[in-house]
Design a protein around this ligand. Sequence first.
Ligand code: NAP
Length: 486
Amino acid sequence: MASRVIPVDPFDLVIFGGTGDLARRKILPSLYRRYRDGQMPEDARVIGCARAELDDRSYRELVRAALEEFVAKRKRDPEMIDRFLQKISYIRLDATGTVGWKELAKSVRKGVIRAFYFSVGPGLFAALAQHLHQYKITDAEARIVVEKPFGHDLKSARELNSVLAQSFDERHIYRIDHYLGKETVQNLMAVRFGNILFEPLWNAQYVDHIQITVAETVGVAGRGGYYDKAGAMRDMVQNHMMQLLCLIAMEPPSVFDSDAVRDEKLKVIRALDPVAPEDLVRGQYRREGDIPSYQEDVGNPDSTTESFVAMEVHVSNWRWTGTPFYLRTGKRLRARESEIAIMFKDPPHSIFGRQEARSGNVLVIRLQPNEGMVLNVTIKEPGPGGMRLIEVPLDMSFAEALGEEGADIPDAYERLIMDVIRGNQTLFMRGDEVEAAWAWTDPIINGWEERGDLPLPYDPFSSGPEDALMLMHRKGRRWREISDDL
Ligand code: NAP
């Protein structure tokens, strides 16, 4: 299967924060890979901006080093890298001052797409937006890209939205949630809406419950300053897990276009019930042997921030009432794994006798590692000796099923940046979606703060606190094992 790459139109992409971690680890390597695959056109240009005293030459060396570090060796072609670097330049610019803005205004070209990536802390968004406006650097088609965290709560998200709205229409603003750029996440929509097989079963009548797990083995060392103010709820649930939940729970949009999809997601968020305290478990990893505790990692011995959260969530609408969604995410867990498991109900009657009754089918959508899907089906155990039933996976690892092309699944950032250039907002969060997600999250956080609830300790590389298991056990269910196998 030859992969089909359609080049995007010529563009000027300005990266504010062009020397930062995100630019070096994700944005620049993604651009290089799109260039290498023929999608970024020859007359595209990338302008890095930051306050550091660099010129084009030294910035290109910084970019070269980033590609060395963050692009797989087999994709590094020295000649391609040289050609890619020729498209890169640097402007020394201060977001909050006057330095660099006139030069930037002169540098961006007329007649090409202009995109501005705000790869800086949110405290600088207002200054960037105002300066872009003041120096007339944007045009009617300009795109601005902003990163998470989009606000700390509803109030700050509203403030950010209104700051951006002073200079840009919603159709110009691309709020990145990189989970939405993952191939499997988009495949979720293809599977749901491209097949007749699943959609009739996709409701409370046939689905017992849904599990969404985002587990990491890493702790928070290195990101402690940010993380300790956020916690798992703000860092993962309000954005990534909410987006996954929406894609599973939403009604079929009439067309696959940005507003139709985002309208349906918004309806899901608005249908979420408040989460009762007994449906919520927060945890924090403790020290074990040489492995430091969360509090040691963040350097705050009194921290009560959660590094783990699990909860039972209800979507109160016609399709889902009666089918809970279980969300679980944490650091320092048993394995690195992100997956969605649709746990179907048992068949209504077992013709094979009671002891042979099996749990229902499971559809597992694996986001990482090993992107792919598995459908567990019940079959007869081979051999003589009566009708014994076993569950076997109908497995579709994308890398295996799609051969070379599957092994080469583009990074989420590659797809998202190209979507920005194409002007396709489907995989980006709209302002009202973000605000609705905070409106649901805020009372949960305020609730535990008001009650003074403390996170429960859990062992590193475990499945989280025991109470998280109880969330399921009390209703006769259990979590799937956290494991890196599909
Ligand atoms: P970072 O490593 O601290 O980089 C910040 C960048 O902004 C640097 O290039 C810095 O260069 C520049 N900068 C700072 N103040 C400036 C100013 N006044 N004017 C112009 N440039 C300025 O941060 P990062 O990790 O790349 O993160 C960037 C944004 O992405 C943040 O909002 C972060 O929350 C978000 N994000 C990051 C990641 C990640 O993996 N890193 C993941 C998700 C979201 P100078 O100091 O030389 O100006």
